[in-house]
Design a protein around this ligand. Structure first.
Ligand SMILES: [Zn+2]
Length: 305
């Protein structure tokens, strides 16, 4: 226990141990308590104490000097010693408002059509270098052809999800065929990686009521995207650049967004090259890059528009 006495206004008291006593003299004093139950006696008038304390479980007894010249603890005898202001005149403690929680925006990168022996390892490498995880919507036929890559996707902490077996136009199939496309792929994912997919991304984003019913009947969720990088358009001879892919993501990123890219199905060197700047740019915008299951609510897609 130590005693600190202010001699003028605007004193700063820093306690060094539990159960310190502070005698203020007036004006705005600052108490930096260290723990336990500290006592502050206000001997001036119209005093305000800025109360700071780092430790939990710390309390402050507040007193004033009465007309008899003696120090008396106020009726607020045990005050949670928390950051705030004590107004001795009105015996009122005002805690500082809690700091607003930092805004954490989330966005999910997704890669479709793999695994591919050329491009998937390169995508995984960039993700790993940045300590970022993504979601891969893969084809059953490619998983069967590259089971070690499917394992590598999962081993990297990424999600491996269902993009059908061989990328058909699902609305053109019968319900039974749709179920086969999806089930075989889910079975492959489980067989080779031990994980069970939760989402289906219908190829081309093509969904009708029949497709949706099939997906729901298998207790899976339909997952489309909010940002299409159009990285696949190079396969159609469209001249797009790495920078365009980067800009598309960074200009259209939203909280809980889902970015569509591809790690297979064509020459994906632009996608791989863009990924570095996409990740850095999203981080700079305050986004946390998460897997799809970390997006709290999937956007509402007008599936049958
Ligand atoms: Zn696809």
């Amino acid at each position: 226990m130590a005693t600190y006495t202010g001699n003028a206004k605007n004193n700063t008291f820093t306690g060094t141990q539990a159960s310190d006593t502070f005698f203020g003299k007036g004006g705005d004093d600052t108490l930096n308590g260290k723990g336990g139950v500290d006592t502050a006696i206000f001997r001036g008038s119209f005093e305000q104490y800025q109360i700071k304390h780092a430790a939990d479980q710390a309390h402050l007894k507040v007193g004033v000097t009465g007309p008899d010249g003696n120090d008396h603890l106020t009726n607020i005898e045990l005050l949670k010693f928390d950051n705030g202001t004590y107004d001795v005149t009105n015996h009122h403690f005002t805690p500082n408002p809690p700091p607003p929680p930092p805004e954490v925006k989330k966005i999910a990168l997704t890669f479709d059509d793999g695994p591919d022996p050329t491009w998937t390892p390169q995508v995984l490498k960039v993700l790993q270098d940045h300590g970022v995880k993504a979601t891969f919507f893969e084809l059953g036929e490619n998983i069967e052809a590259n089971p070690d890559l499917a394992k590598a996707v999962v081993a990297g902490g990424n999600l491996l999800e269902n993009h059908t077996f061989d990328h058909p136009h699902l609305p053109n199939l019968t319900a039974a065929q749709i179920t086969t496309e999806i089930q075989r792929t889910s079975d492959d994912i489980f067989k080779f990686t031990g994980t069970t997919p939760e989402y289906v991304r219908p190829p081309y984003g093509e969904v009708n009521q029949k497709v949706e019913n099939s997906i729901e009947s298998m207790h899976l969720k339909t997952a489309l995207w909010t940002v299409d990088t159009n990285d696949w358009q190079v396969d159609d001879g469209v001249k797009i650049t790495e920078q365009q892919i980067v800009n598309t993501v960074l200009n259209n990123a939203t909280d809980n967004g889902i970015v569509l890219m591809h790690d297979a199905g064509g020459d994906r060197h632009l996608t791989v090259a863009a990924l570095d700047n996409i990740i850095d740019g999203l981080h700079a915008q305050g986004y946390e890059l998460v897997t799809l299951d970390q997006i709290p609510t999937l956007p509402h897609w007008d599936l049958f528009a």
